[in-house]
Ligand binder design. Structure first.
Ligand code: DX5
Ligand code: ZN
Length: 221
């Protein structure tokens, strides 16, 4: 199992002071910045695009940026995010016309590629493309908003995804997104996740260092 990664979602950050807030959360122990891209079409909300990703890089943010695309269509925005400094780019298979091509496009642009599974999306989308995937992201809420509750059925799905990864022998991260808190992160890790997105659980607290330390403490149990 690879070292655990904690990825605060900037959806819940102070958007008027984004650079500063991201800098602070990294100093407080975050590993990766989770960047939620919503288009008010694939999901019923609207966030930020490549210009904001580039602005974070220009501000001096060097940590990996995990771009979670909740947009349709997906392909045309991928090169822009790669140029803007994305490290990971993940997308929902339902939003792509050609899943294999989109995964290949992400890698051709020099980024790590991943598929995102909504709570009711079957893992069978992984069949035939495992060799093109660097991260598998399981949504534990329906995409579109921060602050929702973790859907318990995700735990069983995480176990299945963990088995698929282990059986493949490939170097693939298992990420979980939605409703991750200090009080459930240990259970989520036990089910097989190794990368944890947390938006409201971190940014809604005054002391990011304290909550990230608490999460690491739970993960060490
Ligand atoms: C939801 C987003 C999540 C969201 C998580 O569509 O993909 O990344 O920010 O927020 P919390 O951790 O508050 O559930
Ligand atoms: Zn997300």
């Amino acid at each position: 199992m690879k070292p655990y990664l904690i990825a605060p979602s900037i959806l819940s950050a102070d958007l008027a002071r984004l650079g500063k807030d991201v800098e602070t959360v990294l100093k407080c122990g975050a590993d990766v910045i989770h960047f939620d891209v919503m288009d008010n079409h694939y999901v019923p909300n609207l966030t930020f695009g490549p210009a904001v990703c580039k602005a974070l890089r220009d501000y001096g943010i060097q940590a990996p940026i995990d771009v979670h695309l909740m947009v349709k269509p997906v392909d045309r925005i991928i090169p822009d995010f790669a140029k803007a400094g994305a490290t990971y780019i993940t997308f929902h298979p339902e939003a792509s016309e050609h899943i294999d091509r989109t995964l290949q496009l992400i890698r051709d642009c020099g980024c790590k590629s991943g598929l995102v599974f909504n709570p009711a999306t079957p893992l069978s989308y992984l069949d035939y493309v495992m060799d093109k995937v660097d991260v598998i992201l399981l949504m534990s809420v329906n995409p579109g908003f921060g602050g929702q509750s973790f859907i318990p059925a995700t735990l069983e799905k995480l176990k299945q995804a963990r088995k698929i990864i282990d059986d493949s022998g490939l170097d693939i991260r298992l990420e979980v997104d939605g409703g991750v808190k200090t009080n459930n992160i240990a259970k989520i890790a036990a089910a097989g996740a190794d990368m944890f997105v947390a938006g409201s659980a971190i940014f809604d607290q005054p002391d990011y260092q304290k909550v990230i330390a608490e999460m690491r403490n739970e993960l060490a149990k």
